[in-house]
Design a protein around this ligand. Structure first.
Ligand code: FAD
Length: 461
């Protein structure tokens, strides 16, 4: 690799080509920790032109590339474990321009999600993609995972928020796929291939994203209940009352306990701890009492409730939900799944899942939280005994297989928003039929005939 290193230094500069051990370990991984990182070099391009030169050289010399964003991914899709070259977008983090008339914002791929949100807000607009990793994840990563998050129920997933992208193809070409056009039916919409492709089809260098008018008056209700049927009733009732729902989240008692025990400044919102919690955020607009009236109307369904009275209580109530992903790992080893089933099947799916775990995997605890309004929950399996990793992986592999069959029986998905990466690859055949997998392989080989772009992620060629 020494000869290649010198070429990359000539393409970039010495400070932006690293084989320092701490960089290899840091940039060769994502948020998951199952695979040991082992990249050969980390590159930090500053422009699309530099990315194009890197990729052309890699293509010519059959060098494997792993595109790397904020490394908050939860599917090991940004892991470089086989001597790949990591292309980090950290130095391509500019927000280029805002166009309010068109409702769009132009950014480089390494722009941090939170900075995009702030820039939109400074311009009187709103970028609705939002989740707890906002301070670290990058737009290129969000597009490549087709991220979801807290506001999908109203604004959709990343796919719904991308107007255009610039991509460097694995052969070293550059594609400008739509700019800020909201309408463009001139043949196949090629940008869609790259959204959710987990960096396997090309490297996204720039994006034009949709921004929308700011919500006028967001208010939040935290409600406790002891049954799933009540949660679905609350959602149905909010929809039938035409409330402008901007988020509908849920979590179970052990999640709240984890937050109360391990997050700073979080006190129990109620006098007791209840089995289930649901959070309803709505944009009340000029009708400030809407949420209050709604809460009164669903009182028979709930055991206790709290409403946001001002910005501070709004943030305090959100903190219960937002602290969950960070506090769960403090309970023990965690095995994560991110599943979707039709919302109406959710109560029976959860009942069967909990029964299966308590009967067959009693050493484990199940913690559930997530975007229930989208039919998406995060299933966290905790091993408090801290068994050896190999044993934990073997048992959770078996558990996953059983859970997949359950998901399939509900016509659900094994990955709602986190993607497949390396972690969920072994489950693909249970969820996608052989024709679909074959078609994905064809698409991969059209875009990346030499299989140099994030090889081994999602599917094996
Ligand atoms: C606390 C926490 C909460 C989270 N909550 C949510 C949530 O609610 N919803 C959700 O959807 N996700 C969530 N995630 C997962 C994660 O934050 C998202 O998947 C995010 O989109 C990943 O962005 P990233 O920049 O960190 O990408 P990375 O992890 O660096 O990479 C993810 C994938 O994108 C590829 N990639 C990165 N940049 C580019 C590029 N420029 N061009 C081509 N490919 C690229 C990588 O190769 C990899 O395949 C959460 C993660 C954490 C840690």
């Amino acid at each position: 690799m020494t000869v290649h290193k010198e070429t990359f230094i000539s393409l970039l500069d010495r400070n932006r080509v690293s084989d320092r051990r701490e960089d290899l370990l840091e940039y060769g991984r994502d948020w998951t920790r199952q695979q040991a990182p082992d990249p050969c070099l980390i590159l930090f391009p500053k422009t699309s032109d530099e990315v194009q030169k890197i990729v052309s050289y890699c293509c010519e010399h059959n060098i494997k590339i792993v595109p790397s964003g904020g490394r908050t991914g939860l599917a090991a899709a940004a892991v470089a474990a086989n001597q790949e070259v990591v292309v980090s977008f950290q130095k391509m983090d500019h927000i280029i321009s805002v166009d309010i008339e068109s409702g769009s914002i132009d950014v480089e791929a390494g722009a941090i999600l939170e900075n995009v949100q702030k820039t939109a807000a400074e311009n009187g607009m709103f970028f609705p993609m939002d989740f707890a990793a906002r301070g670290s994840c990058q737009i290129g990563g969000c597009i490549s995972t087709n991220a979801g998050g807290l506001k999908v129920i109203k604004y959709g997933m990343m796919r719904d928020l991308v107007l255009g992208i610039e991509v460097v193809t694995p052969a070293g070409g550059i594609l400008h796929l739509n700019s800020n056009l909201h309408k463009n039916n001139s043949g196949y919409d090629l940008k869609q291939f790259f959204i959710g492709a987990e960096g396997t089809l090309g490297l996204i260098t720039k994006a034009t994203l949709k921004i929308v008018p700011k919500p006028k008056n967001l208010q939040l209700a935290l409600m406790a209940t002891d049954n799933f049927a009540a949660i679905l009733e609350i959602l149905k009732s909010a929809k039938l009352k035409s409330l402008d729902i901007t988020a509908f989240e849920f979590f179970t008692k052990p999640c709240l306990q984890a937050v109360l025990n391990h997050a700073h400044n979080c006190r129990n919102p109620f006098a007791e701890i209840y089995p289930l919690y649901v959070m309803l955020e709505i944009d009340c607009g000029d009708r400030a009492d809407d949420l209050q009236y709604f809460a009164e109307s669903v009182e028979p369904l709930i055991l206790d409730g709290a409403l946001s009275l001002n910005h501070q209580t709004f943030r305090e109530l959100w903190a219960y939900r937002e602290n969950i992903p960070e506090t769960i790992p403090k309970l023990g080893q965690v095995h994560k799944n991110d599943i979707a089933v039709p919302i109406s099947s959710m109560p029976s799916f959860i009942m069967k899942l909990e029964k299966m775990v308590s009967e067959k995997y009693s050493a484990f605890q199940v913690l559930l939280f997530g975007h229930i309004g989208d039919g998406n929950i995060h299933v966290n399996i905790i091993d408090k005994t801290r068994m050896p990793m190999a044993e934990f992986t073997k048992i959770t592999d078996e558990l996953d297989m059983e859970m997949c069959r359950l998901i399939k029986s509900c016509q659900g998905s094994i990955s709602a928003e986190h993607g497949i990466g390396l972690l969920k690859k072994k489950l693909m055949h249970l969820h996608r039929n052989p024709e679909e997998i074959q078609m994905m392989k064809h698409i991969k080989s059209v875009f990346d005939p030499k299989n140099i772009c994030n090889p081994g992620k999602i599917i094996d060629l």
